[in-house]
Design a binder for this molecule. Structure first.
Ligand SMILES: Cc1cc2nc3c(=O)[nH]c(=O)nc-3n(C[C@H](O)[C@H](O)[C@H](O)COP(=O)(O)O)c2cc1C
Length: 352
């Protein structure tokens, strides 16, 4: 193990306070979703639902080596614009780019950067980025050697079991063990699976044994019962990342912390959350088509919180003007809430 002590040198104490505002046995993180969980979403969620210890921001890419274009930082600055702890993320196979981003983020106030080694999309993976790097552990080793010689910011990774085979992670974990990574978030699917099929908790268990770093479980936590089942499977697991389950049910983190609101209070909060998103869309996104487009991406998941979610989403999908969208969303919001099993079915029906 290389320089394990160096991670404990300074940022950890700060990080511990920064990411765990309250002392709970369990830390919950919100997964990044490019095209959905940008700053407005994260802040609205923190304001109205909360119970998330840190929000991972969607990946930034194509920074180059020189000066970072301000447009690339728009989701992340100012640091004080975050209403809850945020962890920026980068996709890159260029150590210079990771160092540049890490150092600029450090100057802006961030203390933790996440490296995306999991994105399954071909246009990324074919260029040996995201999970496309997983078949090349030596290259990962070379990148980490360079990065850790130059960055002050703590670095974690978010990864999968492999690109096309679930055992590709094994040599990669050996490489990770040689570097002072802050933590490893593992989504136990391969890249080829994308988001289909099932996550493989059994394989996650194997990785827990192979890794010397703190591990975060991410995958298919679609409702409270599923969380409980996974918790029973991994009693020592203290860090969990919620993904599509929390997009469908934004109260999921709250419920995992055993806060169950009555329906009227849920509806009031959901309404306020949705109003924040729509107001942001109307005031900060240019063009009606794009405004509604973002809301449709949100509703692709959120509709599953209602028992008639499928019909509600169909109506929202058909709306092409702000007025039509508002009408469809308002109607959807009056619906009965889905039960746990309906939420599970909605989750399993998702195609992306
Ligand atoms: C539309 C979409 C966008 C995503 N964007 C990102 C991203 O920017 N960075 C990342 O690490 N993962 C991204 N992911 C993956 C999720 O963060 C998460 O790892 C994945 O959904 C698995 O968790 P789940 O099964 O609980 O949903 C994305 C997934 C989807 C479906």
């Amino acid at each position: 193990m290389v320089a394990r002590a160096s991670i404990t040198r300074q940022p950890l104490v700060f990080l511990f306070r920064h990411e765990r505002s309250k002392m709970t046995a369990v830390s919950l993180y919100m997964a990044p979703f490019r095209g959905i969980t940008h700053k407005a979403y994260r802040n609205a969620h923190a304001r109205h639902m909360g119970h998330v210890d840190a929000y991972y921001a969607p990946f930034v890419s194509g920074l180059g080596q020189g000066k970072i274009h301000p447009g690339k930082m728009i989701d992340l600055i100012p640091f004080t614009g975050n209403q809850a702890p945020v962890i920026p993320q980068i996709i890159s196979n260029d150590p210079g780019e990771i160092i540049l981003f890490g150092n600029v983020l450090y100057e802006k106030g961030y203390r933790h950067l996440n490296w995306n080694l999991g994105c399954p999309f071909e246009r990324i993976a074919n260029k040996k980025r995201g999970c496309g790097l997983l078949p090349y552990p030596n290259e990962i080793d070379r990148i980490l050697n360079r990065v850790f010689s130059k960055v002050k910011i703590a670095l974690s990774v978010k990864t999968r079991l492999g690109y096309d085979r679930p055992d590709q992670i094994n040599p990669v974990l050996e490489v990770f063990n040689r570097h002072p990574l802050y933590k490893i978030i593992l989504h136990p699917r391969t890249g080829r699976q994308r988001y289909g099929g099932k996550a493989d908790p059994g394989k996650y268990a194997e990785c827990l044994h192979l890794s010397s770093h703190p591990m975060v479980y991410n995958g298919d936590i679609y409702n409270h019962s599923q969380y409980k089942a996974l918790q029973a499977m991994f009693p020592g697991q203290t860090e969990w990342m919620l993904g599509r389950g929390a997009l469908i049910n934004p109260f999921l983190a709250m419920e995992i912390h055993n806060v169950f609101l009555p329906d009227d209070q849920k509806r009031t909060r959901l309404d306020a959350f949705h109003n924040d998103l729509w107001e942001f869309a109307m005031t900060r996104i240019s063009g009606e088509k794009k405004q509604i487009g973002w809301m449709k991406a949100v509703w692709h998941y959120l509709s599953g919180i209602f028992s008639a979610g499928k019909e509600a989403f169909e109506a929202i999908k058909r709306s092409h003007t702000s007025k039509a969208f508002e009408k469809a969303a308002h109607k959807a919001m009056q619906g009965d809430f889905a039960g746990e099993d309906q939420i599970r079915i909605h989750f399993l029906s998702l195609t992306r």
